[in-house]
Ligand binder design. Sequence first.
Ligand code: 2AM
Ligand code: CA
Length: 272
Amino acid sequence: MKNFAQERFDHAQELIYQAGKVLYQAKLEQSAISEKSGHQDLVTRWDQQTEQFLRRSILAAYPDDAIVGEEYSSMGGESAAMAVNNSCTWYIDPIDGTTNFINQHRHYAISIGCYQAEEPLFGLVLDVEQQELYWACRGEGAFCNETQLHTSQREQISQLLLNTPGVLYTFLKPHSCRDGLIRLAHDVRGVRSMGSVALELCAVAAGESDLLVAMRSSPWDHNAARIILNEAGGSICALSGQPLPLDSASPILAANSQSLLQKIWREYCQGE
Ligand code: 2AM
Ligand code: CA
């Protein structure tokens, strides 16, 4: 018999491919787009429908599990605290990179992370247009489709690429680490922005980037990809230097290794 986590992982994999197929074929009309907090914070009918599909399917199979998703995060009873007995909490983002989905129809992902209390079980991030599934089960390594992922070995700061999905918030809006991060931008080899926290964390997992800073990241943005990053050899923390909480939004710092994470935090964030 399949174990508890494997059964859920197999189910999640089927669901993410099904949902991805629908988004891949989506024809987005202007009337399907609406603003949440403003013109840089958008949602589409496709985000909502995809989250409803994932929620319904997960809860039909695992009625005692809890779901924390972006578009219906405040739905009654569905918080981490509500997962009963030994059941799980699923963190789902139906579209991470909604702005890319709207303007480019690429560089967006579906993100599904599953935890038992604080214990990570597995994470899946589907790059819908590239048809690349990033995935990891705890203790078993990280993969992109069939290929095992390893973070880069780069340590020298002048050789690093830094990803940051929200350039405005990282370098332009005032916050306590801004001067340090601007210094870091000068010291690294280059700064990149794709516009998806989950895909940019997977880029660090895949060794294509070395560092990530995101000022605005919620549990559904990072809880799946952080499992993939950790399994690939990387490390992540809150920008404050504290461990990254599972159930609250936080600025994040991620790196290709625990030692690089500590070095970057000490040299560019601490005391800023
Ligand atoms: P989203 O596409 O799911 O909204 C873009 O800068 C990245 O930051 C995306 O991963 C986006 O996720 C995330 N993000 C987190 N909070 C956001 C917010 N309030 N507005 C826009 N993007 C946000
Ligand atoms: Ca989203």
